[in-house]
Design a protein around this ligand. Structure first.
Ligand code: 5MM
Length: 341
C-alpha cells in the first residue's frame, strides 16, 4: 500500500458519522492526578486494568472510531491476553499514540511553553506502527494572560506542530494536530477568540510551509470560551457561534474533521457545546466532532473507583457518555437525555 493509500484508509476509518475519538493518552503524572480523587494508586497494573475497561466496553465502537493511547498502553494486554490495540481494532476503533514528550518553558518568551519530542520521532513511529498504531497526536498548550501567548510563542508552537505533522505523514501516520488554548484565567470570551484565531492562523500557515497534506490531518482545538474564573460563563449557543467564527476564519475546507478537546469543561457542558455547533451550523466544510479525555472519562472514573466489581457500571457510564456525544455530532442531543435511564 502506498503512503497516500495508507493515510486515506486511516482517515476514513477515524472519521465516521455519529462517532468521535476517545483520548486516553494521559501521561504518568496526569493519570496519577486523575486516579487520586477516586482513591486509586497509579501503577502499571491499575493503568492496565483501567484502560482495558475503557477499550473493552461492549459495543463502544458504535460511537468511538479512534482512541489515543499512551506509549505504555500500546504494549499492554487485556485480562485474556489480547493486546489492547487489538481489543480496539476488533471493535473497528483505530488505535493511535500520543508522541509528544511534554512541555517545557519556551526560552525568550516568559509565560509561554513549547512541547518536546521531535528527536527520533520517525524511528519511534516505525516501532509504534509495528505495535498497531495508525495515527499520532501532539499537543501544544497556550496559556492566556495579558502578555501571553507572545508572538514568539504562537510561532514556535505552530512550527513544532507542523514539523511533527510532516514527519507523521512521511511515515504513513495521520497526525492529530492539537493546539490547546487553555481555559485557565479570568479573561472573557473575546480574548479567547482573539488568541484562538491567532493560534490557528499560525498553525495552518506552518502546516502549509511544511507541505502537510491537509486532507490527512485531524485538527483538535479548544472551543472558544470565557476563562473559568471569568465573572459570567457563556451559553452553548454563544460558545458555538464564537468557535465556528474562529474556525471559519482560519481552517481550510480541505481539513476533513475538527475534533474538539474538552479542556476541563464538565461532561455535560462539553456535549452541549458540541451539540449547539452541529445544531446551529449545518453547512460547514468540516465534520465537527469530539476527541475528549476528561469529558468522556470523568463519569467512568467515578463509577469505577479503582474497584474491579465496578467495571460493568463504569463501562455503562462510558457507553452512555459516548452515545450522548454521538447524538451531539448530529445536533440531536438535549439536556433532558442526561436523566434518562
Ligand atoms: C488525555 O490527556 C492527554 C494527555 O495529556 P498530558 O500529556 O498532559 O498527560 C491530553 O492531551 C488530552 O488528549 C487533551 O488535552 C484532551 O483531553 P481533554 O481532557 O482536554 O478533553
Amino acid at each position: 500500500m502506498s503512503i497516500e493509500d495508507e493515510l486515506q484508509a486511516t482517515i476514513a476509518a477515524m472519521i465516521q458519522p455519529g462517532k468521535g475519538i476517545l483520548a486516553a493518552d494521559e501521561s504518568m503524572p496526569t493519570i496519577a492526578k486523575r486516579f487520586k480523587p477516586i482513591g486509586a494508586e497509579s501503577t502499571e497494573e491499575t493503568r492496565r486494568a483501567y484502560r482495558s475497561l475503557l477499550f473493552g466496553t461492549p459495543e463502544i465502537g458504535r460511537f468511538i472510531s479512534a482512541a489515543i493511547l499512551f506509549e505504555e498502553t500500546l504494549g499492554q494486554r487485556a485480562d485474556d491476553g489480547t493486546l489492547l490495540s487489538e481489543v480496539l481494532s476488533r471493535q473497528h476503533i483505530v488505535p493511535g499514540i500520543k508522541v509528544d514528550k511534554g512541555k517545557i518553558p519556551l526560552a525568550g518568551a516568559p509565560g509561554d511553553e513549547v512541547t518536546q519530542g521531535l528527536d527520533g520521532l520517525a524511528e519511534r513511529l516505525r516501532i509504534y506502527k509495528g505495535q498497531g498504531a495508525r495515527f499520532a497526536k501532539w499537543r501544544e498548550v497556550y496559556a492566556i494572560s495579558e502578555r501571553n501567548p507572545t508572538r514568539l510563542g504562537i510561532d514556535a508552537n505552530a512550527e513544532m506542530l507542523a514539523r511533527y505533522a510532516a514527519v507523521c505523514q512521511q511515515e504513513g501516520f495521520v497526525p492529530i494536530v492539537e493546539p490547546e488554548v487553555l481555559i485557565d484565567g479570568d479573561h472573557g470570551l473575546e480574548r479567547c477568540f482573539e488568541v484562538t484565531e491567532a493560534v490557528l492562523h499560525a498553525v495552518f500557515h506552518a502546516l502549509y510551509r511544511h507541505r502537510v497534506t491537509l486532507e490527512y490531518i485531524v485538527l483538535k482545538p479548544n472551543m472558544v470560551l470565557p476563562g473559568k474564573l471569568h465573572a459570567s460563563q457563556a451559553t452553548p449557543d454563544q460558545v458555538a457561534a464564537a468557535t465556528v467564527k474562529a474556525l471559519r476564519r482560519t481552517v481550510p475546507a480541505a481539513v476533513p474533521s475538527i475534533n474538539f478537546l474538552s479542556g476541563g469543561l464538565g461532561p455535560i457542558e462539553a456535549t452541549a457545546n458540541l451539540n449547539a455547533m452541529n445544531a446551529l451550523f449545518s453547512r460547514l466544510p468540516w465534520e465537527l466532532s469530539f476527541s475528549y479525555g476528561r469529558a468522556l472519562q470523568q463519569p467512568v472514573l467515578q463509577a469505577w473507583a479503582g474497584r474491579a466489581e465496578n467495571k460493568p457500571a463504569a463501562q455503562q457510564a462510558l457507553y452512555r457518555r459516548a452515545e450522548l456525544n454521538g447524538l451531539a455530532r448530529y445536533g440531536k442531543y438535549s439536556p433532558e437525555m442526561e436523566h434518562a435511564a
